[in-house]
Design a protein. Structure first.
Length: 107
């Protein structure tokens, strides 16, 4: 169950990154909505990460959380914000994913 909570925490990190990206082009009421989504996802991400760290080592929780967030942010950037999907970006994101899997196998 702690791993599921940790994965959800990482996904909330991706969500707050997405909301933050959307605030750059939003105005007025739409901007307030994206900022609200950012703050809610940020708070939920932190809460879930803290819950996961009650049962999993922090030396595993934090790298997995940031790894999910980093991979997710790159994917969100490519899919929604027109960032390039170069060979090297995909290569290094793949190595990051393999490292996260390695941490899971070692925990």
């Amino acid at each position: 169950m702690s791993w599921i909570i940790l994965i959800l925490a990482g996904l909330m990190e991706v969500a707050f990154t997405f909301c933050l990206g959307k605030t750059k082009t939003a105005t007025g009421h739409e901007s307030v909505m994206w900022w609200t989504g950012f703050l809610a996802a940020l708070a939920l991400s932190m809460f879930l990460m803290a819950k996961a760290s009650e049962r999993l080592p922090i030396g595993t929780v934090y790298p997995v959380w940031t790894g999910i967030g980093a991979v997710g942010a790159v994917i969100v950037g490519i899919l929604f914000f027109g960032e390039p999907a170069t060979f090297w970006r995909i290569f290094f994101i793949t190595t990051l994913i393999l490292s996260i899997i390695g941490l899971k196998l070692m925990a």
